[in-house]
Ligand binder design. Structure first.
Ligand SMILES: [Zn+2]
Length: 134
């Protein structure tokens, strides 16, 4: 369990973190999840739209992430197997937090699921976890 408060602290349950370390749900990482909410809140309420770096294209980010969010919602609605945790479909902010977990924990899964989203997160986090793995 964790919480990230706007203009407040990030609260993490040590018990939950310890549980994840010994085999939580696939791709889950509470610390990454809550801190990505925190980044998302740097420009207001968490909405899956964190402040972007100047070199990033705002319209491109919005289009790519909105389409991927809608696609995942559609897959979950139609009970199609999606390799991204369906918790991501609950809200755009949760989508950003969950794909951020995958970006760092299972970059190959995210890149395979949606290369365009993966590219946007490379820009957002200014790093490419896949390059570290190879
Ligand atoms: Zn969350």
């Amino acid at each position: 369990m964790g919480q990230s408060w706007q203009r407040g602290p990030v609260i993490l349950s040590w018990g939950s973190i310890a549980q994840e370390l010994t085999g939580g749900r696939a791709g889950s990482n509470l610390v990454l999840h809550e801190f990505s909410h925190k980044l998302d809140m740097l420009n207001g309420r968490a909405n899956g739209f964190p402040p972007l770096h100047p070199e990033m294209n705002l319209q491109r980010w919005t289009t790519v992430l909105s389409q991927a969010f809608a696609r995942l919602q559609d897959q979950v609605f139609h009970h199609e197997a999606a390799c991204i945790d369906d918790y991501a479909t609950t809200h755009p902010a949760e989508f950003f937090a969950v794909i951020s977990e995958y970006f760092f924990m299972y970059p190959n899964v995210l890149q395979h699921y949606c290369a365009e989203v993966y590219e946007q997160l490379i820009g957002c986090y200014r790093q490419d976890p896949l390059r570290r793995q190879s």
